[in-house]
Design a protein around this ligand. Sequence first.
Ligand code: SF4
Length: 378
Amino acid sequence: MLRSLVDKLEKEERLSGAEFERLIAGRTPELAGYVFEKARKARERYYGKKVFIRGLIEFTNYCRNNCLYCGLRRDNRAAERYRLTEQEILECCAEGHALGFRTFVLQGGEDPFFADELLCRIIRSIKKDFPDCAVTLSLGERDAESYQRFFDAGADRYLLRHETADEEHYARLHPPSQSPGERKRCLFSLKDIGYQVGCGFMVGSPYQTPKHLARDMLFMQDLEPHMVGIGPFIPHHATPFAREPAGTLELTLFMLGLTRLMLPSVLLPSTTALATIDPKGRELGILAGANVVMPNLSPPGVREKYLLYDNKATTGAESAQAVRELKEVMKALGYSVVVDRGDFVPPKSQPERPNESGLKSQPEPQPGSQPELRPKSS
Ligand code: SF4
């Protein structure tokens, strides 16, 4: 019975909330195997056996927010804070470019020190020095004008996890100053500007039920993101959720597989959090339908300080060594790490999808068409 729902998801690329909930609550290892097999076929239809790598540059761990699950939250006075300079960021990019990276992900907490002007200068410098590379931003919530400025400066993509699409659940994970509506508005606004947009959520976060996960799937049906980041919740010792149990590898993989079936051409990372809860997590993520890996290009000296959760799978190893190992691991699975920007490929067949939120988005950019979407001044 549940297999027929998987078949329906594969064929129609959507299900109702109740159907998602039944699949998630009733999953078995056999059903998961069935999902993963179909998920691998779907990703190979669009991306073959390619694995895209993104060079992650964690450039600031200051954050004005206080998300209850995060080790970088403002109230964690024990966190050792740092900011990379523009020069240091460019050095990370130079090292990454030589290693074959063609996407750089600038990730940080919500740090007002990095005002629009400074960020635009950094984006322009990266695009000037590495014109064959995509720049992805992951800086949290900003106003639409700021997002537009970054896009005009050359940024191509934006990652902003929605964390949970359920309002009540969101309120249990965040202080009252942060609103789920605002987060969703940011995502639609980024899409309207023309970014390749990534949302995402935690699996196994405190108070989460299958119904919440079903809501996440419905929200993504509505948003139609180009990228989705899904990782298990992992507690951090200096947060209010220090004693909460972590999310499981098993459910995270299942959600990756369902996401691949619903959004077959999505760019789907096998996350560091997955590698943190299981030494084989990264490989299992690829086998569940993921097609992106994001090795860390931050200077080794700061990697230990960017701790959203405990025991992060981080290494002080040279980036070159990490990439070599990654290539070997992927090769053993039958996949290959490629030197490529790894842009989003639009779905081949797009079933009629009403936008349930009523918020309108522009047509999706075609690969290679991003520059034309920009004003000439960029
Ligand atoms: S999850 Fe992001 S916004 Fe929230 S406290 Fe951590 S770094 Fe800041």
